[in-house]
Ligand binder design. Structure first.
Ligand SMILES: [Zn+2]
Ligand SMILES: [Zn+2]
Length: 469
């Protein structure tokens, strides 16, 4: 049955997801001493009448998906190096009956199942782990080390739960292949590399994802989040995650003795003026209702107390939702850097060098109609209380790239709970924030509930979008 009902969405912010993915890979240090999984399982909120579907997914988890999840978890690989992970995912999808192509945009996997007339739905899982040394205490914890894309050896962990994404994709793939009478259309399931460094989606698109394979009518994905309670799903219609730009400012000066500032142009003083002035972009120049962030995350300069150096280096992350605000912030950074240098008496040749990294992660925009339809399907499965609208966040996620092409394909990503309420309560009782995504202490403490719910949600959305009637 097709549902186009615009469900009224509860507009309470249940959760502020504080640790988005696609971000810099910095880990958030936590003080959790154990991190060990809780054996007690948090059951889903039961919804009458759908037991057979859920029972089938649960049975498949117990007999098949759980070992697969533990395999993925124990064997993570870093961005752009997801060779074994991609091979295993490809094999799983091939065995499930899909036509699989490997090495699409690096290690990307594309699995197609054509099942008669109807729309084409793309569902995506990302595959990369993070350079984090696991400290969760789970029996299948990773001890992996490996080379990153710069050939540096690092510890590796699925600290962003991409292993749950792949497992749920396989779960949905298996169910949908086994139940082809229940839907009609084409499924394109992809394993995407390098989400954590914001490159994999672009790499797959550049390698012909939309030319070599059926062009999707919809793109759907999910992300497991540690701050969302297990059993809950959250989502944001419209702009959900931010444009993420990386900017370097090299502030030039004229060095000299610290005792004779009149003979120098002090880059530390000038860079300090720039750091302070940059905040006027947000507070005085853009509409207060349009979010933006300019963070100077690093300030490097100088060697010694009594030497005025000749350069300072600032490293910025710049966040926004709309193209207009993004453009304003980026051009404003250049303008302020130049103007501060001019006011200090530097010549135009001495103005700061501003490097804006060409590749950036665009804002994730969840198509509101697609979101409403998917939410309606998920509420039918889990009940209204289990699927909540939350506030947008300023993190980044390169799933946005699949929307930002000439095809303008409607896109929807939702969030699935990854920490049980009991565990969240423990953190709260100790007045500590829960271990976030990217933390060495984060892995779902009830992976069965997380993965089965994600599988059920993805499958339910697919069955609705590809309904036979
Ligand atoms: Zn991440
Ligand atoms: Zn992630």
């Amino acid at each position: 049955m097709k549902r186009h009902l615009l469900s009224a969405v509860a507009a309470f912010a249940l959760v502020a997801c504080s640790q988005p993915s696609g971000d810099d890979s910095a880990t958030t240090a936590q003080t959790d001493a154990t991190g060990a999984p809780d054996a007690a399982s948090t059951a889903f909120v039961p919804v009458p009448g759908d037991d057979a579907f859920r029972e089938a997914l649960t049975a498949d988890y117990v007999s098949y998906l759980q070992p697969l999840y533990e395999h993925f978890h124990a064997n993570p690989e870093l961005s752009l190096r997801e060779y074994e992970t991609a091979a295993r995912l490809a094999e799983e999808l091939r065995v499930a009956g899909y036509e699989v192509t490997e090495a699409v945009g690096g290690t990307g996997v594309v699995a197609v199942l054509s099942n008669g007339e109807g729309p084409t739905l793309m569902m995506r899982a990302d595959m990369d782990g993070l350079p984090v040394e696991e400290d969760t205490g789970v029996s299948y914890a990773s001890t992996a080390r490996g080379l990153n894309q710069f050939d540096e050896e690092q510890p590796i962990m699925h600290a962003c739960a991409h292993d749950t994404h792949m497992t749920a994709l396989v779960g949905a793939a298996r169910y949908l292949a086994e139940n082809r009478d229940d839907w009609s259309g084409t499924l394109v399931l992809i394993g995407q590399p390098a989400e954590e460094i914001g490159e994999g989606a672009v790499d797959m698109i550049s390698d012909g994802l939309y030319e070599r394979f059926p062009l999707p009518d919809f793109n759907v994905s999910f992300h497991t989040f540690s701050a969302v309670p297990t059993g809950q799903i959250t989502y944001v219609p419209g702009y959900a995650m931010a444009n993420v730009d990386t900017v370097d400012i090299y502030v030039h000066g004229r060095g000299g003795h610290g005792a004779y500032p009149q003979t120098t142009k002090d880059p530390i003083y000038l860079a300090s003026q720039i750091v302070v002035s940059l905040q006027s972009l947000i507070s005085r120049e853009i509409n207060p209702r349009d979010p933006g962030v300019v963070t100077v995350g690093a300030f490097h300069a100088g060697l010694k107390h009594n030497i005025i150096s000749d350069e300072a280096h600032l490293q910025l992350t710049v966040r926004s939702y709309t193209d207009e605000v993004r453009e304003h912030l980026l051009s404003g950074i250049q303008r302020i850097a130049n103007a501060q240098a001019a006011s200090y008496g530097l010549t135009p040749e001495e103005y700061p060098t501003v490097n804006i990294e060409e590749r950036y992660t665009p804002a994730l925009y969840n198509n509101p109609e697609l979101a409403a339809r998917a939410v309606s399907s998920m509420r039918d499965r889990f009940g209204s209380d289990a699927v909540s609208e939350v506030n947008p966040i300023m993190g980044g996620e390169d799933f946005s790239q699949f929307h930002r092409t000439e095809h303008n394909i409607p896109t929807f990503m939702f969030w699935v709970g990854g920490t049980t309420q009991a565990r969240l309560d423990e953190y709260a009782a100790q007045d500590r924030p829960p271990a976030s995504n990217h933390s060495p202490f984060f892995a779902p403490d009830d992976p069965q509930s997380t993965i089965v719910q994600a599988t059920e949600a993805m499958t339910a959305v697919a069955l609705d979008l590809l309904a036979t009637d």
